[in-house]
Ligand binder design. Structure first.
Ligand SMILES: [Zn+2]
Length: 196
């Protein structure tokens, strides 16, 4: 690129440096983590569309640009193969399933607590009716309990917003960033996972 053109682009705001908002890893959560077992470079991910009898399908694969440029085997791997292995390894190592099932138990406990609070409210109402506590005291207890119940009900609602199982059942970028440093690959196989 000529110097003048470069300056012109810069002046007009076309070259503003690295745009960090740009998501370059949309093809696979492994992008940036998958490495070539021969040269240790980050593998590139490419998606291609191809025709089949049942229509157009898409396939994603990783390959090594460096090895390809050097005229060697491009170390290509189907993205789904690598993703499945890495996801299984993460699940086996970090017990993600167990962590995920916890909110359900919480919801159950919360419902039980709400039930207990309702009983407590009934009891103080009985006491008030029998003249054992004053009207003010009863009102105070009732308000406090009602507030607690609302708080618990909100919690239950929030628990239900937890992403559905299907979404959780695939490898995500978040998991990769949390647990994995890099994944060494060789032609559709995961040679080694380097953990964080
Ligand atoms: Zn390579």
């Amino acid at each position: 690129m000529g110097k003048e053109i470069f300056a012109d682009l810069k002046k007009n705001g076309f070259l503003k440096g690295k745009n960090t908002d740009y998501k370059w890893y949309t093809k696979s959560p492994l992008q940036g983590f998958a490495r070539c077992d021969k040269c240790n470079h980050i593998l590139a991910c490419r998606s291609t569309k191809y025709k089949t009898k049942s229509g157009i399908k898409q396939s994603r694969y990783f390959f090594c640009r460096t090895c390809k440029c050097n005229g060697e085997d491009d170390n290509a791997s189907k993205a789904t193969l690598l993703e499945e292995v890495v996801f299984a390894e993460i699940k086996a190592r970090f017990d993600i399933d167990k962590v995920k099932s916890e909110p359900k138990v919480n919801t159950k406990n919360l419902a039980k607590n709400i039930e207990k609070l309702r009983n407590k409210k009934m009891n103080s109402f009985e006491k008030y009716k029998l003249g054992k506590i004053s009207r003010d005291k009863f009102k105070g207890i009732k308000t406090a309990i009602d507030e607690d119940i609302v708080r618990l009900e909100e919690k239950i609602k929030l628990d239900k917003v937890v992403p559905d199982k299907k979404l959780d059942d695939t490898l995500t970028r978040d998991m990769m960033e949390k647990y994995v440093e890099s994944v060494i690959c060789h032609k559709g196989e995961v040679v080694k996972i380097i953990w964080k």
